[in-house]
Design a protein around this ligand. Structure first.
Ligand code: FMN
Ligand code: SF4
Ligand code: SF4
Length: 357
């Protein structure tokens, strides 16, 4: 089987999925295909692309909350009709290493939900597999040492190249059915993350006092989620478009990007059930809401709107206060990320991630 051309889309925060996508692209080029590597976010799908079995489509992206990140799902939905075009799907996931023990991440539904969308769009999916790369979840734990990261990446590369070889020679490879089952069990977690969790995480980001206002984080964000804000000294402001890919945290030259745990506690308190119920009751009492406002679905929507709005307002107030050096220090030193080692894929520069190649 020889493909005449291949389009390999990737989303990548810290370079893991970019690296995996380059392995796939190299293999496709070696097999004779005219292969393009396309960043998701900066690149809209080519609606005029000629489809068919001579063409190969690839999607490589990180797992977020046991499923595919929202921008990947959106891209899959926006792709042109497949017309039998062959496709593969590769979520990368949080590989870890303890001593000599390598532990896999859990991609859950990430691979197969994207594969399902592709099948519904008329693609012939030839392979799905998760690839372990070093966990980049620096909000939760420190980045791996270079030696541990290198060992995990070496295993990931072997698996990715073998998978590429299988797909490029016309065979099929479907892996990850146990992760899929676990992902189905964890579907409520994934759904809660897509609907709410990612907005919380987006609004936990801030820059500590080392920030010079250089604007690199804003320029490199794949989703244009950072606005530089201020007159005397501009500082980054994270909008709801942030997908917590952690690229800004990984490559800030000053190590100034933090994800504040103490700020997270405040956001959680503001949106907690007692506070939100109190706020809703107060609103109902003040504005005499009509009878339909008691309907379960309406209450759910009102609560959802309250949570999103209160996160936005709290973050706005926080962004003003954070300019006071003492407040900035307080939030900086009560965030675990501040003490963690930052991680990005060692052979990747942030510039690599934005360009089509
Ligand atoms: C917000 C967030 C959520 C994550 N959720 C998961 C997860 O559910 N399962 C998993 O195995 N890895 C998870 N990870 C780890 C990444 O998927 C993994 O490290 C990936 O290789 C990162 O790729 P990238 O550098 O291309 O963004 C998560 C990372 C982040 C930042
Ligand atoms: S957070 Fe870092 S990259 Fe962003 S403006 Fe400040 S110093 Fe520059
Ligand atoms: S703001 Fe940072 S973490 Fe959020 S999407 Fe942009 S680069 Fe990723």
């Amino acid at each position: 089987m020889t493909y005449s051309n291949a389009a390999i889309y990737f989303m990548s925060g810290t370079g893991n999925s970019f690296r995996a996508a380059t392995w796939m692209t190299e293999a496709a080029r070696r097999s004779g295909a005219d292969a393009r590597l396309l960043p998701i976010g900066k690149h809209r799908p080519d609606q005029g692309a000629e489809q068919g079995a001579q063409r190969l489509l690839g999607l490589v992206f990180p797992t977020h909350a046991f499923t595919a990140p929202w921008p990947v799902l959106r891209l899959a939905c926006r792709l042109p009709r497949g017309g039998g075009t062959h496709a593969f799907v590769v979520p990368t996931r949080a590989g870890t290493k303890f001593g000599r023990l390598f532990l896999p991440g859990l991609e859950g539904t990430a691979g197969y939900i994207v594969a399902l969308i592709l099948v519904l769009k008329g693609y012939s999916v030839r392979g799905v597999t998760g690839i372990d790369m070093p966990s980049n979840f620096m909000i939760v734990h420190p980045g791996f040492s270079p030696a541990a990261a290198g060992a995990i990446i070496a295993r990931g590369e072997t698996k990715a190249r073998a998978f590429a070889q299988t797909v490029l020679t016309g065979r099929r490879r479907f892996a990850g059915f146990i992760p899929l089952l676990l992902g189905l069990v964890l579907l409520p977690v994934s759904l809660a993350y897509v609907l709410l969790g990612r907005f919380y995480l987006a609004k936990m980001m801030f820059a500590n006092s080392k920030c010079t206002g250089c604007g690199l984080c804003a320029a490199n964000c794949p989703f244009g989620a950072i606005r530089m804000w201020g007159t005397a000294q501009k500082r980054p402001y994270w909008t709801f478009s942030c997908e917590t890919c952690l690229r800004c945290m990984a490559w800030c030259p000053e190590g100034a990007v933090e994800s504040g745990h103490s700020l997270g506690v405040i956001l959680y308190f503001v949106t907690s059930i007692p506070v939100s119920v109190y706020a809703m009751d107060w609103l109902a009492g003040r504005f005499c809401l009509p009878a339909w406002a008691g309907n379960v679905a309406v209450v759910f929507l009102l609560q959802y709107a309250y949570i999103i709005l209160s996160i936005a307002i709290t973050y706005l107030v926080f962004s003003i206060l954070i300019r006071i050096p003492l407040v900035n220090k307080l939030f900086t030193y009560t965030t675990l990320v501040h003490y963690y080692r930052r991680y990005h894929e060692p052979d990747t520069a942030s510039d690599d991630l934005n360009a089509e190649r």
